[in-house]
Write a protein that binds this ligand. Structure first.
Ligand SMILES: *Cc1c(COP(=O)(O)O)cnc(C)c1O
Length: 434
């Protein structure tokens, strides 16, 4: 297939996500023919190191033989069956494993992160209604939060460029000041700042708890806000506050779950147990769309009744898809057999050390958490993110800054040579556009 004709056909037929399509008059699409490990290859054989794990979903590289084989095997037995009235081995096994890992059972499945957010919000609201507290209808989230783009999820998201246009369609929700350490005062430690921000939550919740169903947060790292990182003490305090005032705590681990934050789930670092955990992205190693919401026995029991409408009647056609569940099981098996969390600690330390060469540039807030690395470039260039992306692509690097924040969230399989390539090319690219 001729590249140019594929690009033209794509522009004619595909409405690409998160894109002003007219920009493709200037910036060409990149046609990807295949992937292998951390590399994506275009139709001309040119390669790109996938430092963003294809929008934060890929854990163990493209073309991973173990995940691929698990899906192939499942394909020979059962591709799909509806999950209402039916069940199957992969969904049961995955639910048991997720319950063991999180301490929360009763896995409810969706296909994307945003649908997990919707499920958690609806379940929380419905729980309070089922136990006779039907005034608890409102949600709070963090300033600069991101929970997906469907209307409910967008209502608790706080990114103006995604949200403002749709404001008339959205539920009201209040945003608590972000614990992102970049917003702290000079001289304040990360923990002091976390406690100060948690105090603001307590003040708000003390006044409004009668109307509040849940507080939804991205534990430890606000990824879409530009990898805003914060101290785990914040989670510990908001867990206490939510418990005290009877407000659910929803942990959106969609981006940070499955080892990204350094532990299997970010909440383990506080440690806290949320009332709901939302999972997606890395859950299938980046192979197939799948999301899950896990919750407590207490919440589950409030739905368990002779009355149909007290049940959670939400559904998606592909709920618990066996192929996606088998990819997730293969992903979890890799964590176990290959000691991934431990291996990532060493890899993270290596990347942190190599990352220091970037201090030659005008950078601020160099930071890391687990397998996420970020820094902010001090520049007045309003086109920085776009130019950086373009220049990087020319140098075989897929780098996608968020504003002036440059970050790496690579597949865990990245090796030392590839780390050197990622770090040195990033340095070269940023130098070339400053
Ligand atoms: C990506 C993301 C979502 C939305 O997931 P989709 O699969 O894109 O709908 C929700 N929350 C967080 C924290 C995310 O990073």
């Amino acid at each position: 297939m001729n590249n140019q004709s594929l690009l033209n056909r794509s522009l004619q037929s595909v409405w690409h996500p998160c894109t002003q399509m007219k920009q493709h008059e200037t910036y060409p699409l990149i046609p990807i023919a295949r992937g292998d490990g951390v590399w994506l290859y275009d139709a001309d054989g040119k390669r790109y190191l996938d430092t963003v794990s294809s929008w934060w979903v890929n854990l163990f590289g493209h073309n991973n033989p173990r995940i691929k084989d698990a899906i192939k095997l499942q394909l020979d037995t059962l591709e799909h069956v509806m999950l209402a009235g039916f069940t199957h081995e992969p969904v049961v096994e995955l639910s048991e494993k997720l319950a063991n890992l999180t301490g929360l059972g009763h896995a409810f499945y969706g296909s994307d992160g945003a649908s997990a957010t919707e499920i958690a919000l609806k379940m929380s609201f419905h729980y309070w209604r089922n136990i006779g507290q039907s005034s608890k209808t409102k949600f709070i989230s963090l300033q600069n939060s991101y929970h997906g783009e469907t209307l409910g999820a967008l209502s608790v998201t706080d990114v103006a460029i995604f949200k403002d246009t749709y404001a008339p369609l959205l539920m009201q929700s209040a945003q608590m000041p972000s614990p992102d350490f970049r917003l702290s005062e000079a001289g304040e430690t990360a923990e002091e700042f976390a406690l100060r921000r948690a105090q603001a939550v307590e003040n708000y919740v003390a006044a409004h708890h009668a109307d509040l169903a849940a507080f939804i947060v991205e534990p430890l790292i606000q990824c879409a806000a530009g990898m805003g990182m914060y101290h785990p003490t914040y989670l510990r305090r908001i867990r206490e506050i939510c418990t005290q005032y009877e407000v659910h705590l929803i942990a959106d681990e969609i981006a940070v779950g499955f080892g990204r934050s350094g532990t299997m789930f970010a909440c383990e670092q506080a440690p806290i147990k949320p009332d709901f955990t939302c999972l997606s992205k890395g859950i299938t190693g980046g192979y197939l769309p799948l999301s899950a919401v896990l919750t407590t026995d207490k919440i589950y029991q409030a739905f368990y009744d002779n009355s149909t409408v007290r049940g959670f009647l939400h559904s998606h056609s592909y709920t618990g898809n066996p192929l996606a569940c088998s990819a997730a099981l293969a992903t979890l098996a890799i964590f176990e057999t290959d000691n991934i969390l431990q291996m990532n600690q060493q890899k993270s330390a290596l990347i942190q050390a190599k990352m220091q060469v970037l201090t030659d540039l005008p950078v601020k807030h160099m930071r890391h958490q687990g397998m996420i690395f970020a820094f902010d470039v001090d520049t007045q260039n309003t086109q920085f993110a776009k130019q950086c992306y373009q220049a990087a692509v020319q140098q075989e690097l897929l780098l996608r800054p968020i504003g002036n924040t440059v970050y790496w969230m690579p597949p865990y399989t990245i090796n030392e040579e590839e780390i050197d390539f990622m770090v040195n090319t990033t340095l070269k690219v940023i130098r070339s556009i400053l």
